[in-house]
Every structure is written in structure tokens, then in C-alpha cells.
Design a protein around this ligand. Structure first.
Ligand code: ZN
Length: 497
């Protein structure tokens, strides 16, 4: 799972630094000095090569958005594209997380040197390939007077604009053909970068962390100092799709068919899913949620606690069938047994957030235990699914000032609910159906539990009925993003109103 997008793993790390941020960025806007001028004078070593030679913005896809801070000792110039899809959330979140982490780091530098100066500069290159796939490369650097070397920042995002979803690296490459891919990569790397040859012994799947799509080849970015020694600089390797053959998984939407496949390569097959075949008795078309999310139309976030369980798959089937999304609040100690449920949840556009490691009442634990309950669960979600939103739901809905303070410190929002179905007490699908339908309203967060078969059964009626009534079934993060903006760490959210 090392090779999966590092985006949110990274955000889990940076979120540890979150709390200092907002006050700092305000406080810092006091001195009117252009930060670039200062950091150039005092920088210990020249900027990494790309910051000079590859300092560019190509906006073939999306509209440019900014996080700018022109005044004060830390100059910030972050540019990122947004195109109107729900994948925008990932890009925006990454930009703010990177900003927050740099501000927190710079705050520490300021305590050591009140005259510290710094620059955070992140640009992007976005392209639309074959009218369908958007590839975004983010590159930049963070430099301040307390750092011996500027830190380089690299990330890539690949979006399927038709399905409006972020492509995982496993969606692009068949990781089952890793030996073949790495062989090709070694060959291409030594062609363009002979200096890298002695380091090929370290070549493994993690080198495929930053992928981007170009019209005829898959571009692998090796961020400066991350895989190869820093003196080699940042390296781009182009793997022609034709050479990748069946190891490249997006062939069917490209025009050219693969060349002769490598002899040992097994055909890429979809992993079997325990999806029930559609019922033959259904003759009228089922209500299906429109793909586009309209922030002005009613939306509701269905949430399911205490899984993943054997019933989660049934709820996912229904969401897939109708095109809705939901949020699953999982227990850390149940994740390993059902990793595929988690990855499928994410693949369907739903989300997974922590509900503690083992369902203990957080208000009765020590601060260290509370931190572990929240962070360990999120870290495991991120390592299994590649994604972890900075939110959690405390077991029993129990929180106090300590829990809120720790959530703020770790950068997490606390997710409560506005509709409690009491589905754990009333194990009856009709009862659950009525509990949802009687109390649902625009912006509602509905509490349910995917450990009960009766709740999963109820969803067979609840999900299509809500869509029929015009509700968009969204994730908690979508709901809160559209109704409250960027999440506030330590705040308790009850609904999208
Ligand atoms: Zn629970």
C-alpha cells in the first residue's frame, strides 16, 4: 500500500501540526517586506533546480485558485486548479494542508529566530489527456532562514473527469505486473540519467508514487532527494503506454490497442465483488442520483457507525446501484479483517472516517489514550485506503472539553448527527425506514449502524426513496464543505445547516 497516493497520509502527518495555523497566519501579516527578497539574501543554498528551471504554470485544465500571503515574514504563493468536480476537494485540501504544515513549521522557526523569513511557493501543471483524464502535477518548495536546505514539495493527482473521481495509482498500473514495470523503469531511467544506475538496487514500487498522464506515455516523477540522492535533482521518466502494454490499465479509453503483451502477463481482471445481481423483479428504472452535485439542492449525509462488517457490502451495493455516497465511521480494530470493504468504499466515492480504535468512551480516557484512539485509527484508514479525512466521530457521541481540545490539537473536526435512527435498539427495517424518512431534512447527518442486517435491509428502501425525493446523498465532507467551508479543527458539526 506504500505506493498508493500519499496525499492523505501526508495530511494525517501535517494535521498533527494544524492547531497553530490560523492565528499565526493572521499574526504574521505585520511586516510589509516582500519575503522573496529576504529569503534570497539569506538562503543557505541555491533553490533546487526545478524551482528555477521548471517554475511554470500550465493551466490546460481547470481554473487557477490561489492561497496568497504577500505580507509578513512568510510569503505564500500556492496555486492550484479547480474544475467544478467533487475531486476539487482533494486538491484544495492538499493545498491547505501543505499551507498549514508550512505555517506551523515556520511558527517554530519564529520562536527560535524572531527575524526568520520564509517562502512557500507551489505551482502546478495541469493537462487534460485524451479529453478525459486530467493530470495535475504540483511542485514547489518551502524555504526559510532556519532551514539548511529548501524543502521540495511534489504531488500528483490524476482525475477521471467522466466519472469525477481521483485515480489511485492502482487504477493506472497493474501492480500485479510490478517486476515488468520496474524493469522498464530501470531501463528508461538509465537511458536519461546514467548517474542513477548505482541506486537502482533500491528501485521498488514506492518509486511509482508520483504518476502523471501525458498523451502517449505515463510520466513517473522522482522528487528531488526522495528516491535518488538530492544531487541528481528531480527526475522525470517517461514510460510509453505502448511499452507498458497490459500493465497500463487505461487502455480501453485510449484509441490505440496494446502492442504484443509481455508473455507472462496475466490478463488484468476485476477483483470479484460480492455484489448481488440486480433483482429480476425490478421493471421500472430505479432512481439514480445525478452525477453532478448541486450545492443549492437538498443534500443529506447518511452515516454508518461501528463497522466495517459483513453488512457493509450490501449498503455499498445499494449506493453503487443508485449512485449515492455515504460516510462510514469505522473502528480501527476491525479494519484489517475487511480491508477490501474499505478500499471499495473509497473507490465508490463514499468515505471512511474513524470512530475510535475499540469503541471506548473517550471522556473516560487519558489525553494520551484519546490521541491514540483518534490518530491510530486514522493512520490505519489512510494506509489501507489511501485516504483519510480529518474528522472523527466519538463512540456514544461522548465528548468533553478534553476531547475537543485534542481534536483541535490533532486537526480533526468532530462529527455528530442531527437524526438519530436508534437502529441499534429497533432491529426492524420498517422502523429504520420511518425513522429516517420522518426526520430527514436538507443538511441532515443521519446516524445508523452498518453492523445490523436490519439497517442494511432498510437502506434498500431508504436510498432510492431519498433520491426520489430530490436529496443528493453526499459524504459528510461534501456536505460540510458546501455548507460550512473548510473544516474547523475541534469544532463539533451536527449537520450541514
Ligand atoms: Zn459506535
Amino acid at each position: 500500500m506504500k505506493t498508493r497516493k500519499t496525499l492523505l497520509l501526508y495530511s494525517v502527518v501535517v494535521l498533527l501540526l494544524l492547531p497553530i495555523i490560523i492565528s499565526v497566519s493572521c499574526r504574521m501579516a505585520t511586516q510589509d517586506v516582500h519575503p522573496d527578497e529576504i529569503s534570497h539574501e539569506s538562503r543557505a543554498e541555491p533553490l533546487p533546480m526545478f524551482a528555477r528551471a521548471e517554475y511554470f504554470v500550465i493551466t490546460e485544465f481547470g481554473e487557477m485558485n490561489h492561497i496568497l500571503q504577500n505580507e509578513g515574514p512568510l510569503g505564500v504563493y500556492i496555486r492550484y486548479p479547480q474544475w467544478g468536480g467533487r475531486t476539487d476537494l482533494y486538491i484544495q485540501r492538499w493545498a491547505y494542508d501543505t499551507f498549514d504544515a508550512a505555517v506551523a513549521d515556520f511558527e517554530i522557526a519564529l520562536t527560535e529566530d524572531p527575524d526568520a523569513r520564509g517562502t512557500l511557493n507551489i505551482q502546478f501543471d495541469s493537462r487534460l489527456v485524451h479529453d478525459r483524464f486530467a493530470s495535475i502535477i504540483k511542485r514547489g518548495y518551502f524555504s526559510h532562514t532556519g532551514l539548511a536546505h529548501p524543502m521540495t514539495i511534489t504531488e500528483t493527482f490524476n482525475i477521471d473527469t467522466v466519472e469525477d473521481r481521483l485515480l489511485a495509482n492502482e487504477d493506472i498500473l497493474d501492480f500485479g505486473q510490478m517486476d515488468f514495470i520496474l524493469e522498464l523503469m530501470a531501463e528508461k531511467l538509465t537511458e536519461t540519467q546514467p548517474d542513477a544506475e548505482p541506486f537502482l538496487v533500491y528501485l521498488d514500487a514506492s518509486w511509482l508514487s508520483y504518476l502523471s498522464l501525458s498523451p502517449n506515455s505515463l510520466v513517473v516523477m522522482l522528487a528531488r532527494g526522495e528516491f535518488l540522492p538530492a544531487y541528481i535533482g528531480s527526475v522525470k521518466i517517461e514510460l510509453p503506454y505502448v511499452a507498458l502494454s497490459t500493465a497500463f490499465l487505461l487502455w480501453d479509453v485510449y484509441t490505440e490497442p496494446p502492442a504484443s503483451p509481455p508473455t507472462e502477463a496475466a490478463p488484468a481482471t476485476e477483483p470479484p465483488r460480492d455484489t448481488a445481481p440486480p433483482s429480476p423483479s425490478v421493471i421500472t428504472p430505479l432512481p439514480v442520483q445525478p452525477q453532478e452535485l448541486d450545492p443549492n439542492l437538498p443534500m443529506v449525509a447518511l452515516t454508518f457507525d461501528d463497522g466495517p462488517s459483513g453488512y457493509t457490502g450490501k449498503i455499498l451495493d445499494l449506493l453503487e446501484q443508485h449512485g449515492g455516497r455515504a460516510t462510514f465511521m469505522v473502528l480501527g480494530n476491525l479494519i484489517n479483517a475487511r480491508q477490501e470493504t474499505l478500499t471499495r468504499t473509497i473507490a465508490l466515492g463514499s468515505e471512511v472516517i474513524g470512530h475510535s480504535w475499540d469503541h471506548r468512551n473517550l471522556t473516560k480516557l487519558s489525553a494520551a489514550e484519546i490521541r491514540a484512539e483518534i490518530s491510530d485509527t486514522s493512520a490505519l484508514i489512510a494506509s489501507v485506503s489511501g485516504v483519510s479525512w480529518p474528522m472523527f466521530r466519538p463512540p456514544y457521541g461522548a465528548y468533553n472539553d478534553t476531547v475537543k481540545a485534542i481534536a483541535a490539537e490533532l486537526g480533526y473536526a468532530i462529527i455528530y448527527w442531527s437524526v438519530d435512527t436508534l437502529d441499534w435498539k429497533n432491529r426492524d427495517p420498517d422502523w429504520v425506514y420511518n425513522a429516517v424518512m420522518n426526520d430527514v431534512a436538507d443538511g441532515a447527518i443521519v446516524l445508523m449502524h452498518d453492523i445490523h442486517g436490519t439497517t442494511a435491509d432498510a437502506m434498500a428502501r431508504v436510498i432510492p426513496r431519498l433520491i426520489e425525493q430530490g436529496y443528493q446523498l453526499v459524504t459528510v465532507s461534501e456536505l460540510l464543505y458546501h455548507r460550512h467551508g473548510v473544516l474547523e479543527p475541534g469544532r463539533v458539526y451536527y449537520s450541514g445547516r
